[in-house]
Design a protein around this ligand. Structure first.
Ligand code: DQA
Length: 144
């Protein structure tokens, strides 16, 4: 099973950025851990990060027919981007929406997501474990 992990704007700053909210782990470390776990679970894991909405849209479009499941943390675009919502619909790849922080315990504008109703499921507030849990979900579904 081919899995694509997509991280949106400012997630390249993990480790430096607001550690009291997002913790100390860097994106490079989250991605290498995901690759390692993916291999263990029999998944092929690709990762990409971009600060640009257009690049995210293009990568999601390219996933059509090439990727079997996506794990997406769209960062702030979660709360603003109809373009990313539309790209996910066009790609027709099942996806899990993840957030490191508990967006519901934060500002009201973070309670709105343009992606959630299209997602298989949504996870937030568990720190980087959300990526691991989403990978395990996909691995589990391939077995059943
Ligand atoms: C985030 C939550 C978003 O509200 C925020 O804009 C981010 C990160 C998270 O992982 O907790 O950039 O998606």
């Amino acid at each position: 099973m081919r899995i694509l992990i997509i991280n949106g704007p400012n997630l390249n700053m993990l480790g430096l950025r607001e550690p009291e909210v997002y913790g100390a782990q860097t994106l490079a470390s989250i991605e290498s851990e995901a690759q390692r776990l993916g291999a263990e679970l029999g998944l092929s894991v690709q990762c990409m990060q971009s600060n640009s909405e257009g690049e995210l849209v293009t990568r999601i479009q390219q996933a059509r027919g090439q990727i079997d499941g996506m794990i997406i943390n769209a960062g702030a675009y979660t709360h603003t981007s109809i373009a990313i919502r539309d790209a996910l619909a066009a790609a027709e790849v099942p996806f899990i929406e993840v957030h490191i922080s508990n967006v519901y315990a934060r500002e009201p504008f973070r309670h709105q997501s343009y992606l959630s109703d299209r997602a298989i499921g949504v996870m937030c507030g568990l720190g980087p474990f959300v990526y691991e849990a989403a990978l395990r979900y996909f691995a589990q579904t391939t077995k059943t």
